[in-house]
Design a protein around this ligand. Structure first.
Ligand code: ADP
Length: 257
């Protein structure tokens, strides 16, 4: 196995990710878990596990990013998610453009330049609408696993429009729809449409420069990709491991690959 150059840690609000890269910038190991209340303790455990798996000895550049990055005392330094996502996605897809990152509790639109650096961005971390949490609430209410949400929305024969832009009000609206016998798949389709509408309006504010790229855990949801594509009449490209892009970018910055 090629030697490990650096480790990236993305201590997100919803999931905690670690990525190890070699000197060529290839991913040689990774970890992904729901974030625990003591993320710094969780990271220590995950670092021990990845170091044991890759038989690492000695110090390595270790870069932290994500919501909890400043808590990670084992990191050599910390870098914003904007820079790390841009770096990871640019490296994976090989070009600049407009990157939409949708995580568990925030969403961002990042203009990625031709050198992989962010040139502009906008972030929504104040409101759960337009984030994975918006979908998760309803998933729990309808008893649908998060990984099945997109498929169910795409299979819907109809669509229940969700007019509330606030997660709390949307939840009341959904409870009322369920009580009136609406098809859960139609509700899910409407919910995805609402999330995508929020994200697209943020993207339009920043300006859409093709290609349109998608990262974060919600990029694993096929309905989100399809609806963004329909709404913008653009192809949406997704890196191989969209949820790992923050940690990957952090590792690349540490390894200087
Ligand atoms: P953060 O970095 O903000 O902690 P992530 O980028 O890991 O968050 O994204 C978490 C979100 O990704 C969850 O809220 C969930 O909606 C979504 N998600 C995670 N796994 C899947 C999956 N397999 N299919 C669809 N959505 C997923």
């Amino acid at each position: 196995m090629s030697s490990v150059a650096a480790i990236g840690i993305d201590a997100g609000s919803t999931t905690c990710k670690l990525v190890a890269v070699d000197g060529e910038g290839r991913i040689v190991g990774s970890r992904l878990e729901p974030t625990e209340p003591r993320v710094e303790v969780q990271v220590q455990r995950l670092l021990r596990a990845i170091r044991a798996e890759l038989t690492l000895t000695g110090e390595l550049p270790t870069i932290a990013t994500g919501y909890g990055r400043k808590l990670i005392k084992d990191a050599t330094r910390n870098v914003t998610e904007i820079t790390c996502h841009a770096k990871g996605v640019f490296r994976d897809l090989g070009r600049g453009g407009t990157l939409i990152d949708i995580g568990g509790q925030d969403s961002k639109v990042i203009q990625v330049g031709d050198d992989g650096r962010p040139v502009d961005f906008m972030m929504n971390d104040k409101c759960a609408a337009g984030t994975g949490r918006f979908l998760e609430h309803t998933a729990a209410r309808l008893g649908v696993p998060v990984e099945d949400l997109g498929g169910r929305a795409l299979c819907a024969s109809g669509e229940e429009p969700i007019s509330s832009t606030c997660t709390v009000f949307a939840e009341s609206e959904i409870i009322s729809l369920i009580a009136h016998g609406a098809d859960p798949d139609d509700i899910l389709r409407g919910l995805h449409r609402s999330l995508v509408g929020r994200v697209i309006s943020m993207a339009r504010n920043v300006g859409i420069v093709p290609p349109l790229m998608l990262s974060g855990g919600v990029a694993r949801n096929e309905a989100v990709r399809q609806m963004i594509s329909e709404a913008t009449s653009q192809d949406v490209v997704i890196p191989r491991e969209p949820q790992l892009m923050g940690a990957y970018g952090a590792a690349l910055l540490g390894g200087k690959a």
